[in-house]
Write a protein of this length. Structure first.
Length: 145
């Protein structure tokens, strides 16, 4: 009887510890979300893009409308997918519920694209709210030269 009571108490303690650990988990950080957003663009994965984006980047569309519109817009853009060899983070800064992440996309052809991903934390999760492309030719002349 005593053993059953001890096992019951231990199970309750473990259950509470698991619930607390899950509740305390901050979820993906801004850098993780920014990299996931880059990878989703490389795969033209519009479902994931919708999930990762805030309303600012959803064109006022619901999920189904967004996916259909993007699929139509990129239907003939087969050369736009699978370009990335590696996606990483060059730098990041977070202040409260805002973050900026500088991503580095190393392309299969040897090129490099640097991007700025702006994020906002809403309802406990980070969303991409701005995205600016800044293509570069590493080691080459500055753009516009």
């Amino acid at each position: 009887m005593v053993i059953v009571a001890i096992v019951g108490i231990l199970l309750m303690v473990v259950s509470v510890a698991v619930v607390v650990a899950i509740a305390m988990d901050p979820g993906p950080q801004p850098e993780d979300v920014a990299v996931a957003y880059e990878v989703a663009w490389d795969k033209l994965d519009f479902e994931s893009l919708y999930t990762l984006a805030g309303p600012e980047l959803r064109d006022g569309l619901d999920r189904r409308q967004f996916v259909v519109a993007k699929q139509a817009a990129y239907a003939q853009q087969h050369a736009m997918t699978g370009l990335a060899e590696r996606v990483g983070v060059d730098d990041g800064a977070t202040a409260g519920d805002a973050a900026i992440v500088a991503t580095r996309v190393e392309l299969r052809d040897g090129g490099v694209v640097l991007n700025r991903v702006d994020l906002a934390r809403r309802k406990g999760r980070w969303e991409v709210v701005g995205y600016r492309l800044a293509p570069t030719d590493v080691g080459g002349p500055p753009a516009g030269s």
